[in-house]
Design a protein around this ligand. Structure first.
Ligand SMILES: [Fe+2]
Ligand SMILES: [Fe+2]
Length: 300
């Protein structure tokens, strides 16, 4: 059966996933207050000119001032990495560490393209400071460097390459569609992102455990991104009523298909079954359960 056929089949099985259940008016209002408070505590004050946060910046300054690199022989050959970075399908026989690095680099391209497209068309100075979307935009901007920092630990430098056309179409449409529609695509994309990042974070534990300090740096970087993304999922859910949540749930298979077909390294690395199970479950709470800085909505 084809990838898309298998996706359609697997999507028929699960009961309604928690994240697609609608919130009451009170729950949505409470959520927005709580989420904004969480963002303020986690990120600090927005600096719209520099596109950064007062508190969050400290973490990244520490990363910059205290670079951590694996020692000894490189675990991924930079030439092989560079040769495959702009291939739509990687050459055969690559080991898991190389596939992991390529999946990270390609995911970053998709993220960076989406956020740069939105930022180029948004005057952040005019965005209200008490709107979670203002924080989310800057958090996404930080993500573009988090994945690059994770690859630096392996001694790799990624190039600024554009994502495949289908990914571009998806991310750009999210910006242009009216919010009433774009939040459905955004919810699905954030859910797929959480699944992908969780898988990559777990795979890093398997692949790089021989050197605890570099692994710790990769773990911390993925924690930053996962805690943010789960917050984005909850925010997108809070913006949708029952009908559009039901439509979003139907759209999840298509968004998943687009994303993972554009980054085949995921399927090569995790296998189709595990990949489908992870995205299918849409367990965003479980994806961050181990992190004490996670955001947990009161309704959970
Ligand atoms: Fe992101
Ligand atoms: Fe996000």
């Amino acid at each position: 059966m084809s990838f898309s056929g298998e996706l359609r089949e697997s999507w028929k099985k699960p009961p309604k996933r928690e994240i697609f259940k609608p919130l009451s008016r009170e729950q949505r209002s409470q959520f927005l207050d709580d989420y904004l408070e969480h963002l303020g505590q986690r990120d600090g004050v927005i600096d719209p000119v520099q596109r950064r946060f007062s508190i969050r910046e400290q973490f990244f300054r520490d990363v910059e001032e205290n670079p951590v690199r694996r020692t000894g022989a490189l675990v991924v050959d930079p030439l092989v990495f560079a040769r495959n970075e702009d291939k739509s399908y990687p050459e055969t026989g690559l080991d898991e560490a190389t596939l992991w690095a390529l999946a990270v680099a390609k995911t970053n391209r998709a993220e960076r393209d989406g956020v740069e497209y939105a930022l180029a068309r948004t005057d952040i100075k005019t965005l209200p400071r008490d709107d979670p979307y203002s924080y989310i935009l800057i958090e996404e901007f930080y993500h573009t460097r988090i994945l690059s920092d994770a690859l630096s630990v392996l001694g790799l430098e990624m190039r600024d390459l554009p994502p495949p056309k289908t990914t571009q179409l998806l991310t750009h449409s999210m910006y242009h569609l009216p919010k009433a529609f774009s939040h459905m695509t955004i919810l699905c994309s954030e859910i797929v992102g959480v699944a992908g990042f969780r898988l990559l974070a777990d795979k890093a534990q398997e692949l790089f455990s021989d050197q605890p300090q570099p692994l710790q740096r990769i773990t911390e970087l993925f924690q930053q991104i996962l805690v943010d993304e789960v917050g984005h999922v909850h925010y997108a859910r809070s913006q949708l009523g029952p009908v559009r949540l039901a439509v979003a749930e139907k759209m999840l298979s298509t968004v998943t298909q687009r994303f993972f077909e554009d980054i085949p390294e995921f399927e090569l690395l995790f296998g189709r079954e595990k990949l489908l199970k992870t995205v299918n479950t849409a367990d965003v709470a479980g994806a961050v359960a181990q992190y004490n800085d996670r955001f947990v909505p009161k309704y959970e």
